[in-house]
Design a binder for this molecule. Structure first.
Ligand SMILES: Cc1cc2nc3c(=O)[nH]c(=O)nc-3n(C[C@H](O)[C@H](O)[C@H](O)COP(=O)(O)OP(=O)(O)OC[C@H]3O[C@@H](n4cnc5c(N)ncnc54)[C@H](O)[C@@H]3O)c2cc1C
Length: 462
């Protein structure tokens, strides 16, 4: 049967490496989404939010993508308790424009409880990846703040899920990579804060020990994150700049729906300007940014600290036509210092560097999802320009270090992790697989779920 859904080859994920053909549905109401699902014919289905996942978890080659941006209504907001109910295509940027900054009854303001490093993600996408932010130590992952979900299943129609009611499906959908059905609505508990200004302190550290010392002494701060110089070696290995921040009163007037960014990359350059020479200059500049003192304190609007990359539109095009691979892992606390040192050494020796190199500690608050990525430990996130096999070989070397340390990779950032690494890192995957909607699939899931077990064991042994 020829599908009546239009075809698209332009639905890319953020890393722009993987290109595929899809059929596209753009429902503007839950009823239209139901109709699209009913009319899918033999096509497999996947939701597509704002495409801010980097690899293949938001792609479904030769299948149907249901774009959710038309499901964008804020359905209810209780200003006393800070609970909102919204359709799943509402973005965090939309919430900044509507409810974030509204006063609480006791003189504070309502704020997103958890936010990733960009506000251009949908609620559905934030749930499906159980995203984490710079406040993981105090808030845990996004899913901890979700009170209820309305899910559309191909086999059961609409299903209301809360931790108590259809709890298994609730836990499978949080961090469930869009595979348990289409999320129609999300009920979210906002966080009460003093205000939307932040006191931000930045401190230079000379090595990984310095990073861990600062992470430990910053336990009382709400947000912590570090940039690490991934070109540094020897006694400078793991040097970087640590940032910590906490809320101050005021600043609600600064939070508004963003207009077009002041800077934007309008087209993809034929050659990426992000080469080795520019990375060396960039890292030297950042490293010296704090001057002789090596420390500075500033007051900044909350969203500027949370979303530094949002000020440059379509920055992912800077990596040129071949795109880039993002690599994000988390390794447990006991293994973390050694594993992170090995990862950074391997990268520094490879001759391939990353402009974005973020080091964060994750706290002990458990994530609710069966496949949630966040766990206690240290997470390292890097962007590598795609140079073909040398890049893939480097990432495979990093995989081995993560595997030996008992860590896992973040599916939202991944487009290549071998199935065995996924299965070892996410031991609940079998229980999860039972709850996958029979009509739903993704490129990511086909890669990690259907791989032959014996081949995996051999791959592991190789
Ligand atoms: C600059 C930048 C910084 C980032 N920083 C962080 C960070 O700090 N922490 C972090 O955790 N992540 C981070 N991310 C990743 C991003 O938060 C996640 O990939 C997020 O899920 C993207 O949301 P989206 O709406 O774009 O969803 P998409 O990327 O379009 O889709 C992501 C997944 O959600 C599913 N999905 C989307 N909508 C629905 C729905 N309605 N029902 C069911 N499934 C659905 C899709 O099928 C897919 O599996 C960052 C990304 C960028 C580009």
């Amino acid at each position: 049967m020829v599908s009546r859904f239009p075809e698209s080859e332009t639905h890319l994920s953020w890393g722009r490496v993987l290109r595929a053909r899809h059929r596209i549905a753009r429902p503007s109401s839950p009823e239209a989404a139901e109709e699209a699902l009913a009319r899918r014919g033999g096509l497999s289905v996947l939701a597509f939010g704002l495409g801010r996942s980097y690899g293949d978890s938001c792609l479904n080659p030769d299948g149907l993508l249901i774009e959710t941006r038309g499901l964008d209504r804020l359905l209810a907001f209780d200003p006393t308790r800070g609970i909102l109910r919204a359709e799943a295509g509402v973005s965090l940027a939309d919430l900044l424009a509507t409810v974030v900054g509204r006063p609480t009854p006791d003189g504070g303001v309502w704020c997103l409880p958890v936010s990733p490093g960009t506000r251009f993600v949908t609620l559905g996408g934030a749930v499906a990846n159980d995203v984490h932010g710079k406040n993981h130590g105090v808030a845990g992952s996004f899913g901890r703040h979700v009170r209820a979900l309305t899910l559309l299943r191909s086999d059961r129609g609409r299903v209301e899920c809360t931790p108590e009611h259809n709890g298994e499906l609730f836990r499978a959908t949080i961090g469930g990579l869009g595979l348990t059905g289409l999320i129609l609505e999300v009920t979210l508990q906002l966080e009460r804060v003093e205000g939307l200004l932040l006191e931000v302190e930045e401190i230079r550290f000379e090595d990984l020990e310095g990073f861990y010392r600062l992470a430990e002494e910053s336990a009382g701060w709400t947000y912590t994150v570090a940039w690490v110089d991934c070109l540094a070696r020897g006694r400078n290995l793991g040097r970087g700049i640590f940032s910590r921040a906490r809320h101050l009163p005021g600043g609600a007037e600064h939070v508004e729906r963003p207009g077009p960014p002041r800077l934007s990359v309008p087209v993809t350059p034929p050659l990426s300007p992000l080469g080795r020479a520019s990375l060396t200059a960039f890292n030297a500049l950042i490293w010296r940014r704090l001057g002789l003192a090596g420390r500075r304190v500033r007051t900044v609007p909350w969203h500027r600290f949370l979303y530094p990359l949002d000020s440059i539109g379509a920055w992912n095009r800077l990596y040129g036509p071949r795109g880039f691979w993002q690599y994000q892992c988390v390794v447990p606390p006991a293994e973390a210092p050694r594993a992170v040192a090995r990862l950074l050494e391997t990268i520094a020796h490879s001759g391939q560097g990353s402009f974005l190199a973020v080091l964060k500690t994750m706290g002990p608050l458990p994530s609710p999802g069966l496949l949630s990525f966040p766990m206690e430990g240290t997470t390292l996130a890097l962007d590598f320009p795609n140079r073909g096999s040398p890049t893939l070989e480097l990432l495979a070397r990093l995989d081995r270090i993560v595997l030996e340390a008992g860590g896992r990779l973040y599916p939202a950032k991944d487009g290549r992790m071998p199935a065995h690494l996924f299965r070892v890192g996410f031991p609940n995957w079998r229980a999860f697989a039972e709850l996958v909607d029979p009509a739903f699939s993704s490129a990511f899931w086909r890669r990690v779920d259907t791989a032959d077990e014996r081949a995996q064991v051999m791959e592991l042994a190789a």
